[in-house]
Ligand binder design. Structure first.
Ligand code: NFS
Ligand code: SF4
Length: 675
């Protein structure tokens, strides 16, 4: 018997709300040594960063923090002030559970919109490339294109790459705007039979992405839905629309720019070079960043002619992950420390696209020679340079941006840089294809069996996906590192995406040395076996955590989980697979989390989303979700306890899977379908 019942994980966080209020004077809230050095410098120079602003916001409004502030109509804001009496409801009579449910599902709709718009942009670029309307992009990975077409049910017979790409991108665009009642194709094609049935039964299969978002905004308008279960289930539909958009983004980015393969590179602010032209790409959309990377290679000589030793590219947030995965571009830092990168004084241009870009980078850049370049119509920052990045002139725009960086480099001459000499080796680039390729060195017939066998044999404890953001509610990167190390010690096979993977990369956990330092015996043996079988391909060894890409690439992790389910002959709620967003903060994280739970995955969130104001909604997220979908949220802000809960969830699932299999074998019956 495992130590925990699965139900005991669904409790309230071990740190009470009051104790989570932060020390307003402490701005040194990071465990990243490079970030800490920069925060010291910032103090000396009187520069303000998000760390100071976080402190200045304390104590934060408890109504907002708990999700019981409603601003959906302007009779409000209404706040739930009392247990009973007129103060227990908003002016319209909305109760805490309605208000909390509406607020959180609107966040899901925001997240689904962000991911999906990014996917739509890629689908358009692929369509226009296939139609020959743009010269700067083409189908790079024909094999991936065929795999995607096969998967979503488009025949590849007798079609050339462009014709197929056109059909695939049109099918993807249909998933955004279908008006009939079939579910989104990219969702249906990639999930288990059990999930398809579940989503149909619960009426949460989105028919199109845009419609799911619009329906959610309608459902949460004043005076529409007051039923928290119905609202949250509507939110889950939006989350599955988000999943669809993420999958389209990943698939079509791979088709356009190539499916990632293992790369060896570095991470943390030490990747900046004082004697080079430093360009940081920041945001999410690979269309821009990948073009900048490709063009920079051709413009090395221009940089040298200006007296620089070359061009140094590096990345922040998910656009950084995209170019890391495909081109081995080093990681400068992650979300919370983005301003600190500029404070090194070494960044010549920071070029940004969409999402997670702090408007404050512009004010910080003012203190240096750094130029901030915005590129998207829907994402501008007053006072920065705007180079409209239209896909018809992508290469020309990228060249102009690089020329601007070279000019800025010249301007920097004679000024001092403060680059912390801190960086770590990184092995990344593990698309699902790359991961399966590693496994196939041991079992070429059924590569995924290498992973599931090791779990069934008890060598490894299961799989954990570490994903999501930074959130200064926790000490920067601390939750990520603590949880990863604790899970590794307990022999959990680790995969990662987003700013979580960047935190671990900066700290050296994506280097082979980390396996020796942190992995438990079983995980160590497993990774050694895998490394030995792949010596010819990856002489550098294997990392402790396998970096699968940006946040939209959580779709790769979902596919891994689905393959495990199919190999084990069960649905996802039985698979020893957990997800964790230890420092989540964005609407996208809420959307991704909802999707993971609907898929049947225990999902830890290490920073509190605004739902504590309704014990009913809290219960839906932690208990009812489990009863209906088999997945559930674990809210836990103490990273040591969080790791314990994740380990327990894996232990319980592995144990139960074993029992169910034994029983089925003994009595010759079908495998029990209960969670
Ligand atoms: Ni994900 Fe990636 Fe980072 Fe959070 Fe922002 S960059 S899309 S939202 S902060 S992980
Ligand atoms: Fe207040 Fe109701 Fe308006 Fe919300 S929708 S602000 S609770 S009156």
């Amino acid at each position: 018997m495992p130590r925990f019942r699965e139900t005991s994980l669904k409790s309230t966080p071990s740190v009470p709300r009051k104790e989570r209020i932060k020390d307003p004077k402490n701005v040194m809230r990071s465990v990243d040594p490079a970030a800490l050095l920069m925060l010291e410098k910032a103090k000396e120079k009187n520069l303000i960063s998000s760390f100071d602003r976080f402190a200045a916001q304390q104590p934060q409004c408890a109504f907002g923090y708990e999700g019981i502030c409603c601003r959906i109509c302007f009779q409000g804001p209404c706040r739930i002030k009392a247990e009973v009496g007129p103060g227990s409801k908003g002016i319209c009579g909305a109760t805490a559970y309605t208000i909390v449910a509406r607020n959180v599902t609107r966040m899901m709709a925001g997240g689904a919109s962000a991911h999906s718009d990014h996917g739509r942009h890629i689908a358009h670029a692929l369509l226009h490339a296939a139609e020959g309307k743009i010269d700067d992009f083409k189908v790079t990975d024909v094999e991936k294109l065929k795999r995607v077409a096969d998967r979503v049910g488009i025949s590849t017979e007798g079609k050339d790459a462009n014709q197929l790409a056109k059909e695939v991108s049109l099918a993807a665009l249909e998933d955004f705007g279908r008006q009939t009642d079939e579910p989104c194709r990219w969702l249906w094609a990639y999930i288990t039979e059990g999930r398809r049935k579940k989503f149909e039964d619960c009426n949460i299969a989105p028919t199109s992405i845009d419609r799911a978002v619009v329906s959610m905004l309608h459902q949460t308008h004043i005076g529409t839905d007051a039923d928290p279960v119905n609202i949250i289930f509507g939110g889950l539909k939006t989350s599955l629309a988000d999943y669809t958009g993420m999958h389209i983004s990943t698939d079509l980015s791979d088709v356009l720019f190539g499916t990632p393969k293992p790369v060896v590179t570095e991470a943390n602010l030490g990747v900046l070079k004082a004697d080079k032209v430093n360009i940081i790409v920041h945001g999410h959309n690979p269309i821009l960043s990948q073009t900048v990377v490709n063009v920079a290679r051709e413009m090395e000589d221009d940089a040298k002619a200006a007296g620089a030793a070359g061009i140094q590219l590096s990345g922040i947030c998910c656009t950084g992950n995209e170019v890391l995965m495909r081109s081995g571009v080093p990681i400068a830092t992650n979300f919370s420390s983005q301003e600190l990168a500029i404070m090194t004084g070494a960044v010549d241009v920071m070029v940004v696209d969409v999402q997670c870009i702090m408007p404050s980078i512009r004010a910080i850049s003012e203190c240096y020679h750094t130029k901030i370049v915005t590129t998207m119509d829907n994402s501008k920052i007053p006072g920065s340079y705007h180079y409209a990045f239209d896909e018809k002139h992508a290469v020309e725009s990228a060249k102009e941006i690089i020329r601007l960086a070279i000019e800025a480099y010249k301007e920097r001459q004679g000024k001092e840089c403060d680059i912390p000499q801190i960086k770590n080796k990184v092995i990344a680039g593990f698309s699902l294809e790359a991961l399966l390729d590693l496994f196939s060195a041991i079992d070429p017939e059924t590569p995924i069996k290498v992973l599931t066998d090791a779990i069934e044999a008890g060598e490894i404890a299961g799989v954990a996906l570490l994903c999501g953001c930074n959130n200064l509610e926790s000490v920067h990167d601390n939750n990520h590192l603590t949880i990863a190390k604790e899970l590794a010690k307990n022999n959990v096979f680790l995969i990662g995406t987003g700013c979580a993977a960047q935190a671990l990369a900066k700290a050296g956990l994506l280097a082979p040395e980390a396996v020796e330092e942190y992995a438990g015996e079983g995980l160590k043996n497993f990774l050694h076996r895998l490394a030995d079988a792949n010596k010819d391909k990856l002489a550098d060894g294997l990392p402790l955590l396998f970096h699968m890409g940006s946040c939209v690439d959580n779709s790769r992790a979902h596919d891994l989980c689905t393959m495990m389910a199919e190999q084990l002959g069960v649905d996802i709620p039985k698979v020893p697979f957990v997800a964790a967003a230890p420092e989540a903060m964005s609407e996208k994280a809420v959307s991704i989390g909802g999707g993971a739970v609907a898929m049947g995955i225990p999902t830890l969130v290490g920073t509190m989303p605004p739902i504590e104001g309704s014990s009913l909604v809290y219960g839906i997220a932690t208990q009812i979700a489990f009863d209906v979908y088999g997945g559930y949220f674990i809210f836990e802000t103490d990273p040591m306890v969080a790791a314990e809960k994740l380990n327990a969830a894996l232990e319980y699932r592995t144990w139960k899977l074993g029992i169910h299999k034994q029983v089925a074998e003994k009595y010759g019956t079908r495998l029990c379908e209960n969670y």
